[in-house]
Design a protein around this ligand. Sequence first.
Ligand code: HEC
Ligand code: HEC
Length: 408
Amino acid sequence: MVLRITVASMLVCVSAWSGVLAQLPAVPVPVENPITEAKRVLGKVLFWDEQLSSNNTMACGTCHRPAAGGADPRVGRHTGTDKGTIDDVWGSPGVVLMNEAGEPLEHPIFGRDPQVTTRIAPSNFGALWANEVFWDGRASSEFVDPLTGDVAIASGGALENQALAPLTNPTEMTRPNRAWDELTEKLKGVRPLALARNLPADVSNAIESNPDYPSLFQAAFYDPEITPVRIAFAIATYERTLVADQTPWDLYMAGDETALTEQAAFGWRAFQRLHCVNCHEPPLFTSNDFLNIGLRLMKFDLGRQIVTGDQEDGGEMKVPSLRNVALRPRYMHTGEFSRLSEAILFYDSGIALPGIDDIPDLGTYFFDISGYDTYDLDAFLRYGLVDSRVANETFPFDRPTLQSELEP
Ligand code: HEC
Ligand code: HEC
């Protein structure tokens, strides 16, 4: 114990981060899509509406829930065709396989059960500052109107790009080849959030004043027309207001030394000493860069290389933000670990898979994690980096109850 205190107090002096006021940078907002209250509320309604899926079973929020750190508490297994082998991953259950008429079909792996995604759902909160989102960054900055081909956002539109992807993805939310006008026509005729219960006050007030989608779009865009670009603009606006900046670590950095428990403070020092900060850069706790930490053989998922076509990028995945990480049900893009301590211990495993990247600004990948460090890091991530509004789903992280949560 004495030794720990001595080592830790030495480290305070060398720490690059102590004493720096580490406020989160302002969320970047593209000039084409400024944040307004009417758009934010519409985005919240759309994000939680299961009617956006072609069979009324999936909302964005089904797979991205605040109490699960923005990830999905319902995990499913994607086995490939050869169950029980090392390429098996954990993912999110989406829709059952359908034909183009929307009728369920027998899936070769999942049968009549929902199909499972091939990567785990990351938090939607960490994405607000990134120029490129998804594990491989395939949703990039320029956002093109899928109906006209016109550029709707010249730069900074990764969230808008991302928001349209699940709506056309036949594993996540729709039958194959759903046309945009099928979705927009459907939305014209349904009651917003008709399937959900326990609507948050902001949402129920908005729907009370504007009881259908055309009038909610009128309020947000001064025109009742529902288009994919406007759906994306509203959802991205809502996401940009979900800023999880009230963690004990934020208070600690702002000068409240009592905000972190002693063990979490040790963990914060270990996090810096062990160079976790080189990739999980404070205050976002991600550099938004893509790196291969050697979780698995890259042939199972080429990651960033799929987007860039560059072999150098093989197996690289986006560094996930560690804000609220302790709330997530499983860790890494494969969902390999079910406990935070396993994800931390992974760094001490010494297994060097081919293709592993150097630690930025440092060099060869090597961690010398002592027994104490593991517990301290765990305490830091668990208590230091969780925003209680996210954990407790209070405003702005509040949400309705989904129909899928009500069923037996
Ligand atoms: C069936 C579950 C599912 C549904 C429904 C779903 N997502 Fe996701 N989401 C995922 C998965 C899985 C990924 C990661 C996919 C990848 O990287 O290849 C993801 C990635 C994301 C990301 C990127 C996060 C980052 O840091 O890169 C955002 C943002 C996001 N989803 C928002 C949404 C929105 C908005 C909707 C609704 C329009 C939605 N999701 C619907 C499962 C889902
Ligand atoms: C070389 C860059 C790098 C360094 C250094 C690094 N990480 Fe990571 N970390 C990543 C990447 C990339 C992922 C995602 C890997 C994947 O899924 O393939 C990740 C994932 C994680 C996760 C899982 C997060 C989630 O949402 O699934 C935890 C926890 C974590 N890191 C903690 C740490 C700790 C603790 C340290 C220091 C001991 C550390 N990391 C050092 C790049 C890094």
